[in-house]
Design a protein around this ligand. Structure first.
Ligand code: RB5
Length: 155
């Protein structure tokens, strides 16, 4: 399953991506499918998308105007690795190297082929190995902040 959500700027783009995924028989859950999305704030959308991604152990797509604000908010949530991708290479590398679990898209950006970016993000696999070591360090940074210790003292 793929989780998807957008703020008020991204409703149309979200619908297009849902239709695209459904046509490919990919199960997609719209977590912002409610009547009045006027003025929806991207941090709230980030939380809803990410909570569903973590609960379902799956990938997510989060949309705001630029993709940037929502990615900043998503990356505050423990266990989330969110990436703004504007081309297929970014989508491929953020899955392979960063094991990204949320793709952030900008509804106000012009993409050459947004569906192709979505395809790559959903199919590319994490390559593990030395990249896992680096992700472990990101987790350690998160943990050190929770514990109130200086990560720099341990490296
Ligand atoms: C909303 O106007 C806009 O600020 C939001 O969608 C997003 O682009 C923020 O980064």
């Amino acid at each position: 399953m793929v989780i998807i959500g957008s703020d008020h700027t991204g409703i149309e783009l979200k619908k297009q991506i849902i239709a695209y995924l459904q046509q490919k028989n990919i199960s997609v859950k719209d977590v912002t499918d409610y009547e009045d999305q006027t003025g929806d704030d991207y941090p709230d959308i980030a939380w809803t998308v990410c909570k569903n991604v973590l609960d379902n152990e799956c990938l997510g797509i989060a949309i705001c105007g630029t993709g940037i604000g929502i990615s900043i908010a998503c990356n505050k949530i423990n266990g989330i690795r969110a990436a703004v991708c504007t081309n297929e290479y970014m989508a491929k590398m953020t899955r392979a190297d960063n094991n990204a679990n949320v793709l952030c898209l900008g509804s106000r950006l012009v993409y050459d082929n947004i569906f192709s970016i979505v395809d790559v993000f959903l199919t590319e696999q994490f390559s593990g190995d030395r990249h896992q070591r680096r992700l472990d360090k990101i987790e350690k940074i998160e943990q050190s902040q929770k514990d109130g210790v200086d990560y720099g003292d341990s490296v």
